[in-house]
Design a protein around this ligand. Structure first.
Ligand code: F6R
Length: 244
C-alpha cells in the first residue's frame, strides 16, 4: 500500500486526476472504475481540465461505476448516472456505449447484477479503480458486515450512510434504502486502486482501513491485501494514523 499525504483537498484531487490521466495515456483503452460522492468531484474537474488541453482522449476508454441507487433513473438528479454525466461524461469524449453504470430502475435487479459482473470479467478486471470511503469504512456501498466474497449485488444501505447521503436530497425520507453495488470481490479484481479521502470525518475510517484488523465490520480493511493500492489523503484524513 502506498500512502500519499498532501496538504489539502485541492492537491489530492490534482494528484488523483494526474494518476487517471497517466493511466489513459499509457493505455488508451483502459477500463476505468469511477466513484461518485463529494470526494471525487474536484478530481473529475481537474481531469476535465487536462482533457481540455488536448493531451488525452477517452474515446477508447470503458468505464464502470461502483454503484447506483435502486429506484432512481438516469434522469433523476440524485442518481449516480446523472452525477457522472454532470461531473465528467458530458465534458469528455467517452463514448456512450462504453459507459457502464448499474441501472437503478431495472426490473430484474439480480439478473442485472450478474450481467454487470460478467462485463467486468469479460474485460478481465478494471485497470484503475477510483474509490472514496464512507465514515463507516464502506467502499462502494459495501457496508459493515459485508461478505468479502460478494460480487455485484443489491445492498440495504446502513443508517449512517443514509444520513450522510441525505445532504444531497431534500429530506432524509427521500434517500433510497437500497442500492446496487460492485462487491468487495469485484473491487479487489481491479489491477490498481486509488482511494481518496479528505477531512477529519474520514480519519477514523482511514485508520481502521490502514491499521485495523481485516474484518467485514470494516469493509475497506480488505484493501490491505490489495497488491497495487494508492491511498491519497489530506492531513486531516491522515491525522489518526500512527504509522506515519
Ligand atoms: C460512491 C461510493 C461511496 C462513496 C462514499 C464517500 O460511488 O461508492 O462509497 O465513495 O460514501 O462519499 P463522499 O465522497 O461523498 O464522502
Amino acid at each position: 500500500m502506498k500512502i500519499v499525504i498532501k496538504d489539502d483537498f485541492d492537491q489530492i484531487s490534482k494528484h488523483a486526476a494526474e494518476l487517471i490521466a497517466s493511466q489513459v495515456v499509457l493505455k488508451p483503452d483502459s477500463k476505468l472504475g469511477f466513484a461518485t460522492g463529494s470526494t471525487p468531484e474536484l478530481t473529475y474537474k481537474y481531469l476535465i481540465d487536462i482533457y481540455r488541453t488536448g493531451r488525452i482522449s477517452f474515446k477508447e476508454v470503458t468505464s464502470f461505476n461502483l454503484d447506483e441507487y435502486v429506484g432512481l433513473g438516469e434522469d433523476h438528479k440524485n442518481s449516480y448516472a446523472y452525477y457522472m454525466k454532470n461531473h465528467l461524461f458530458n465534458h469528455i469524449d467517452i463514448l456512450d456505449e462504453n459507459i457502464n453504470i448499474p441501472r437503478g430502475l431495472s426490473e430484474n435487479l439480480e439478473g442485472q447484477c450478474r450481467s454487470y459482473e460478467d462485463k467486468i470479467d469479460l474485460v478481465e478486471g478494471i485497470d484503475l479503480q477510483i474509490l472514496g470511503i464512507g465514515r463507516n469504512c464502506h467502499i462502494g456501498f459495501n457496508e459493515p458486515d459485508v461478505k468479502f466474497e460478494a460480487t455485484t449485488h443489491v445492498v440495504k444501505l446502513d443508517e449512517d450512510t443514509i444520513k450522510a447521503n441525505s445532504r444531497f436530497f431534500t429530506s432524509l425520507e427521500e434517500v433510497p434504502r437500497y442500492a446496487i453495488s460492485m462487491g468487495i470481490k469485484s473491487i479487489m479484481k481491479s489491477k490498481r486502486i486509488v482511494l481518496i479521502a479528505c477531512g477529519k470525518d474520514k480519519a477514523r475510517a482511514i485508520k481502521d482501513m490502514v491499521e485495523g484488523k481485516i474484518t467485514p465490520q470494516n469493509p475497506a480493511s480488505i484493501l490491505q491485501l490489495h497488491q497495487n493500492l494508492t491511498v491519497l489523503l489530506d492531513k486531516e484524513a491522515s491525522s489518526l494514523l500512527s504509522s506515519i
